[in-house]
Write a new protein. Structure first.
Length: 78
């Protein structure tokens, strides 16, 4: 058994890439929301219509939505 197999638990590398990109997407969505939404919509944030920060759970749901939309876009290109 190779060290790489032990390190990656025998998972194919594509699974690890997808998981890594998915987790990175969660961080990017959280960061994007925190820096851009209050700057673009200060009135809506002040009025309480849009949250200035989002939770990790909301970022996870948005990341899943973005991944599904990307998959649909790629499937429809064929």
């Amino acid at each position: 058994m190779r060290f790489r197999d032990i390190l990656f638990l025998g998972l194919p590398s594509i699974v690890l890439w997808v998981a890594g990109i998915f987790v990175l997407g969660i961080f990017l969505i959280k960061w994007f929301w925190m820096w851009t939404i209050p700057g673009l919509f200060p009135g809506a944030v002040a009025a309480g219509l849009v949250a200035a920060k989002i939770s990790w759970w909301t970022a996870l749901k948005l990341s899943v939505l973005v991944a599904l939309l990307a998959a649909i876009t790629n499937i429809s290109k064929r």
